[in-house]
Design a protein. Structure first.
Ligand code: NIG
Ligand code: FE
Length: 416
């Protein structure tokens, strides 16, 4: 059945005229149509003004079975959250409270807490329990306007437990209408049992885990946390190469804790995205631009672990494809709310509202190679959209800290 939404006060199309991303000053053009209308089935069929829609109905060229009035509302493409870790076990709220009393993220990690706390919880969880945690977070994300997500493993750090996480993501793909991309992140931390023999764990990742994941076909991407205190550049290169050799593409955690050179490595290896980038160097920025690697910025992490924000202005103004994402995970950014990420991006990274919307929609879709079919409201794309209870997209930024989204539509169906 065709649905027409009309009288939309602010229809944000992020029209890219078929382009797969926007960069530089083009990110300031979000293709807003005042008093807009959109017609869709499973795919978007037509986008224009309400006056044009009325004309089309009058002359019989369209005959929607379902008409929705959206006066006073804003409609925008569903957010594409291209970097999350929503499938995990355990709870770290008490560690978080310790951080509030002065302990640092790195101190807690050095004591065997942090990621390793989530590893314990994840190893003790069944696939169904992991899927249930991911399911709740994904549905909540959708209630905040998200219609597609990437999800990583990386809290198991054994062959079996990593497979369990990826199989849990598979359950989300089956049970929810949202799009889920999946990423293998066996190189998230070194598990305690390999602390004195990291080479052996890296061999396990390259020779057993990656081939097993590839054989089951349950991860599109291979990721590694290449940073101070985690994986070295040399170790990271070896792991990412094994991913490539087994047919996966690359998404990489880069320069989050220190200026480490991991962005340059990711770009040099043709990664689809380099993520975090709090400490990216000018060389790293240039390398991402040259390689066409998406820079995925995760301001929730800088906020949550009290770190300096990524240099978004420099990255965008250099012409790098720039995306925004939650990094939703139990340790360094526990939020699934993309509107909050937009707020942090404009206030703390000096992005404009328009840039933030492009980064959270079209460019997020580019970060998971789905921008040919989502991330903007253009004919032919999936009808994935969010309806916000505000007159203009600018209200989403202006009136902050609340959920503006009233309805989320996925593949032309009202989901929440
Ligand atoms: O993306 N940077 C590495 N990993 C996560 C944090 C993981 C955790 O603390 O559980 C991140 O920020
Ligand atoms: Fe992450």
């Amino acid at each position: 059945m065709q649905t027409l939404i009309k009288n939309i006060s602010s229809l944000v199309t992020v029209d890219a005229e078929g382009g797969k991303f926007k960069t530089g000053s083009d990110m300031r053009d979000i293709g807003e149509i005042r008093d807009g209308a959109i017609l869709f089935g499973e795919k978007i069929e037509w986008v224009g003004t309400t006056a044009e829609a009325k004309e089309k109905m009058a002359n019989g060229s369209i005959n929607p079975g379902n008409i929705i009035e959206a006066a006073g509302k804003t409609v925008l493409p569903g957010f594409v959250d291209s970097h999350t870790h929503i499938v995990f076990g355990g709870n770290r709220s008490r560690e978080f409270a310790r951080r509030l009393r002065g302990a640092t993220y790195q101190e807690i990690a050095a004591e065997g807490g942090g990621i390793l706390t989530s590893v314990k919880g994840t190893r003790n969880a069944s696939i169904d329990e992991l899927a249930e945690t991911g399911y709740k977070l994904a549905v909540s994300a959708a209630m905040h306007g998200t219609t597609a997500m990437e999800v990583k493993s990386g809290y198991g750090l054994t062959l079996q437990s990593e497979l369990n996480q990826l199989r849990a993501i598979k359950i989300l793909q089956k049970e929810l209408p949202m799009h889920f991309s999946s990423t293998f992140l066996g190189a998230h931390d070194i598990p305690t049992e390999f602390k004195d023999n990291r080479g052996k764990y890296i061999d396990l990742i390259c020779n057993e885990m990656i081939p097993a994941v590839a054989k089951e076909g349950i991860a599109e991407y291979c990721d590694a946390f290449i940073d101070k205190g985690y994986y070295t550049l040399e170790e990271g290169r070896k792991i990412l190469q094994a991913g490539l050799d087994n047919g996966m593409k690359l998404k990489v955690h880069c320069d989050e804790l220190a200026s480490f050179g991991s962005s340059e490595l990711a770009a040099g290896m043709g990664a689809v995205s380099a993520d975090h980038l709090l400490f990216i160097s000018d060389k790293g920025t240039a390398a991402l631009r040259e390689a066409g690697t998406v820079a995925t910025l995760l301001p929730g992490t800088a906020y949550f672990i009290r770190m300096p924000y990524a240099p978004a202005r420099k990255i965008i103004d250099s012409g790098v494809i720039t995306a925004l994402s939650t990094d939703c995970n139990p340790g360094s950014s526990f939020t699934e709310n993309m509107q909050l990420i937009l707020s942090l991006a404009v206030i703390n990274m000096n992005m404009t509202a328009e840039e933030a919307i492009v980064a959270a929609t079209l460019n997020g879709a580019a970060a998971i190679e789905q921008s040919h079919r989502m991330g903007s409201l253009e004919p032919g794309k999936d009808a994935n959209l969010a309806i916000a209870d505000c007159r203009s997209y600018t209200d989403i930024f202006y009136h902050f800290g609340i959920n503006h989204i009233e309805e989320t539509w996925i593949n032309g169906e009202r989901f929440v």
